[in-house]
Design a protein around this ligand. Structure first.
Ligand code: DGY
Length: 325
């Protein structure tokens, strides 16, 4: 008998087809929203689970899944999965690094440019029929070329963003737990977070979310930024205190923000929706066809390797408790 796989979201047909070779698949073809209770009920009989970044695989989910042996997430971030709890149960966890790096770096730049040059705000104004004449001071934005860019988190995606900055002749600062091996090649200088915030014209957040980075950017940090600066969050909601961000934008402590992720996704702080100087996108960092297909395929390769008792291409807990141990 094939092992049973639960897939929480509608996924590419080629991925479904590949997985169906090795698994008895329970899918969600209409992309129906499942409450936590509905999700947990479906976990009761599954051996393998394919989730996305907004599905919570926490202690309650694990308790509802007594047969679970592998969780494959179609994301590089894995803060939605209780990794220690999975490891203690001998459950393998895999993610999708690398395949989304370049698309996410492109998106970071798209948000930065749109935010600094007021693209969304001016487009809304134009669509409202407000454009009567050209004026010298219409929607003046911030220079990107020649400015100082501060990148918080210099992993794969941070480095890919930094490489693109060379084309804009920018001064590059970064803040990271450890020194980046490629910093000299990128022309990036490592500084403490406070220095990065106070010296940068544009701040880009690209670090993983964890209890240690919860509200890393709050009232105090926002107050350190230049009033002309922009803040872009392409990482995870919860790294920025959205309430504090609203206040900083309203008080003029910050010129503008570009957000792809939010504290209570898919809910967005209502005051952010009303704020003219923010660009808001619905968690699209990796959203190109090739990148999303690459992510889904890598998740599938992990699941297929597991079913075949082969080494997993991108396992997060190779040191988990041995199965049956
Ligand atoms: C990731 O891979 O972590 C992205 O945020 C997509 O969910």
């Amino acid at each position: 008998m094939k092992p049973r796989l639960l897939i929480t979201r509608k996924v590419f047909p080629e991925v479904m087809q590949a997985l169906s070779q090795a698994y008895e698949v329970q899918a969600n073809p209409d992309d129906t929203h499942w409450s936590a209770a509905e999700f947990h009920a479906r976990l009761a009989n599954c051996d393998a689970l394919f989730v996305v970044a907004t599905d919570r695989v926490d202690e309650a989910a694990l308790q509802a899944a007594p047969h679970l042996k592998i969780v494959a997430t179609g994301s590089v971030g894995y803060n939605h999965i209780d990794l220690p709890a999975c490891s203690a149960r001998g459950i393998a966890v895999t993610n999708t690094p690398d395949v989304l790096t370049e698309a996410t770096a492109d998106m970071a730049w798209a948000l930065l440019m749109a935010t600094a040059r007021r693209i969304s705000e001016s487009e809304r104004w134009l669509r409202e029929g407000q454009w009567g004449r050209w004026a010298w001071d219409q929607f003046l934005g911030a220079d990107v070329h020649g400015a100082t860019l501060g990148i918080v988190g210099m992993g794969r995606i941070g480095s890919a963003i930094a490489r693109r900055a060379a084309g804009f002749s920018m001064r590059l600062l970064y803040c990271n737990r450890s020194a980046a091996a490629n910093a000299a090649e990128l022309g990036a200088t490592r500084v403490e977070l406070d220095a990065l915030l106070s010296q940068s014209d544009h701040v880009l957040l690209v670090l993983p979310y964890s209890p240690a980075t919860h509200h890393l950017i709050g009232e105090r940090e926002l107050a350190r930024m230049k009033p002309t600066a922009t803040l872009v969050n392409i990482a995870r909601g919860g790294i920025v205190d959205d309430g504090a961000l609203v206040q900083a934008l309203q008080a003029g402590h910050l010129a503008a923000a570009g957000l792809d992720v939010y504290e209570n996704e898919p809910q967005v702080h209502p005051a952010l929706l009303a704020q003219r100087n923010v660009v808001l996108t619905p968690h699209l960092g990796s959203a190109t066809r090739s990148s999303r297909l690459g992510m889904a395929m890598l998740a599938a390769r992990n699941l297929l390797a597991f079913a075949a008792a082969e080494p997993l291409p991108s396992c997060l807990n190779p040191d988990r408790r041995p199965a049956g141990g």
